[in-house]
Design a protein around this ligand. Sequence first.
Ligand code: PSU
Ligand code: MN
Length: 303
Amino acid sequence: MNKVLDVAPEVRAALDAGRPVVALESTIISHGMPYPKNVETALLVEQCIRDNGAVPATIAVIGGRLKAGLSREEIEYLGKAGRGVAKASRRDLPALVARGADGATTVATTMIIAHMAGIRIFATGGIGGVHRGAETTMDISADLEELAQTPVMVVCAGAKSILDLGLTLEYLETKGVPVLGYGTEELPAFYTRKSGFSVDYRVDSPEELAAIFKAQRAMDYKGGMLVTNPIPEEYAMPKAVIDRAIENALQDAAAQGIHGKETTPFLLAKIVELTGGDSLESNIKLVLNNAALAAKTAVCLAQ
Ligand code: PSU
Ligand code: MN
C-alpha cells in the first residue's frame, strides 16, 4: 500500500469489487467558487455521481495525507477555508506531504492521486491550459503535462477563454493527448458551447468514450485523455457577456501584476464578481452535467 495515500473505505470497496468510481477535484471547491455555493455544489456533484451509478471520490491533501474520498466535514472545511488552503499542483505535493499540510488539488494533482488509487476517470469543470500571452510569460498549466503522462480520462466542459484555446489544443496535439467532443465537433468554451476550434473526434455515447479509453489503455500509452462536454444549451451564457467579463478580468490581472499560481484563481473570482453570479450558476450546471457523463462512462468502463 502507498505510504502517503488514504483511500476512503467506500471507495476502496468499490475499486476492489471492480465497481465504477469517479474522481473529483478540490481546487474547484476552495478556489473555483465562493462559500457556501462551493460546498453545496461539491455535495450535489457527489450525489449526481451516485445517481448515475458510480461512487464519488473527491480528492485533496489533508494533514499531509493524499485523500481519495472525503467526508462531508472535510469538504465543508475546504470550502470554508477557500483560498486560505494551498492550491496544490504537481510541484506542491512533496512539500505539503512532508509538512503535514493541506492542499486543494488541481486537475493535475487530482489525476496523480486518482491514478495512485486506481481510479480511471475524473470529472471537473474546466482544465488549465496555455494562457493568453504565454509566448512571453510561459504560463502553461501543469494540467497539460499531466494529461500527457498520467492515464486518467478527464471529463470537462472545455476551457475558459481566459486561456488561448488554439494554443492549448496545439499543446495537447504535440503531447499526443486525444481531445474528444461529446456530441460535438467543436471544442466547447466552458460557459458557451462553441469556441471556433475543432476537437479530434466527436463521440456520441458513454459506451464509445469507454471503448476509446480502453483502447488507449490496451496500447499502454502513458498519457490520459480529455473529454469535452458542452454546457447544456439552457445554461450557456451569452458570448458577448462572458467575453466582456473575461477581457475585464484579464486587464485587472495585468494592472495588479497577478502572476504564477494566483492567475487562474484571480481570473475565476473576477469573472464571478463581474457577471453578478450568473456565471456561477452556469458553472454549477456544467459541472453536474460532466459528473453525470463521467459516471455513465465509469459504468461502461467497469463492464
Ligand atoms: N479552470 C476553471 N475552473 C477551475 C480551474 C481552472 O475553469 O477551477 C482550476 C482547476 O483546478 C485547474 C486549475 O486544474 O485551476 C489550473 O490552474 P493553473 O492554471 O494555475 O494550472
Ligand atoms: Mn500557470
